[in-house]
Design a protein around this ligand. Sequence first.
Ligand code: AMP
Length: 396
Amino acid sequence: MNILVINAGSSSLKYQLMNPDTGDVTAKGLCERIGLDGRLNHKVIASGKKLVKDIPMPTHKEAIEAVMDILVDSEYGVIKSVDEIDAVGHRVLHGGDKFVASCIIDDACKQAIRDCIPLGPLHNPANLMGIEACEKAMPGKPQVAVFDTAFHMTMPPKAYRYAIPTKYYTEDHLRRYGFHGTSHRFVSKRCIELMGGKNADKIIVCHLGNGSSLSAVKDGKCQDTSMGLSPLAGVPMGTRAGDIDTCVAQFIMNKEGISADECLNMLNKKSGVLALSGVSSDFRDIEAAADQGNEDCKLALEKFAYEVKKYIGAYAAALGGLDCLVFTAGVGENSGSMRARICEGLEYLGVKIDAEKNKLRGEEVIISTPDSKVTVWVIPTNEELMIAQDTAELAR
Ligand code: AMP
């Protein structure tokens, strides 16, 4: 089976053609500068052949057409005809409280995604453009929407309600939604499989990348997560501030004479470890500068680890204990030093890290000692595979 996985942004569109049963990717790439001029970056996985080509892409429709053309190309293609694509899976940011699982895209589903635009104003319109472009390019082909928010829909009201006047929940749907749900689902499911279904009732997943979020998972179901109505909440991130006192925003708006939108832009794009380090939003750069003695970078790393550690403590309390702690995403999979920093002092919870095993990178591996009460895992995330598996299941 061939599933085309699409992640459409406002001016870009990532794609992967994969087998949902084996996880093998045959080709992948990125269309960028959609609406400006247009460029296709394409890679054939088996041969390693790469192509970068300027192709006019006034809209997402031309981008999808370029993807279709290259997938069947005599030199860079991996299939003979578009008919060999069985279904298309789309990553969709916000499903609001309407979607608790992935769904086949029909008119009602598209309308529901449209209804969620006020909750995901940057991403949902772009996701819809990707869906509609595929409908035009491949009429009749089954398409599936996989929502970043869906996994978190099992949270109880005490976790998702904000302590603000009720009408903002009942009339405007303001609540905690959480994001990275496809990753949290993939990784927690994989953890339960790897544990053979035993001693994995209470899991905390740390998805630590450029964007970061944690989730508390009980019996495979999400109980709480650190992002909120938007991805700005939770731990500090590459460029996002994470949780702050709302009065900080009010103070900055008054002092600088800027609007709420401008202030939020600053909190989303110019804050986080970028702001604290003064060097970069990339953890590799910050770790390198900290090793050279840069005090601001040391603080940025300490702050990040401290806030992640606090969420782990909070979620262990929420779950009433902890069986497995899982690290995933760019930082979680690759930075042994950050994992060590986060786990330092968590011995009271039963977390004991094996320093040698913790040096391994990007592999599915247990990094705790055999006598650690909590099993600490590194599990590489694979959101595209999760999207492909959901798509295949619904299309079948
Ligand atoms: P993601 O958003 O999951 O793609 O993760 C991106 C983040 O992972 C960036 O901030 C990278 O600096 C970080 N990252 C990737 N590799 C490493 C590494 N070896 N050590 C530290 N951070 C890393």
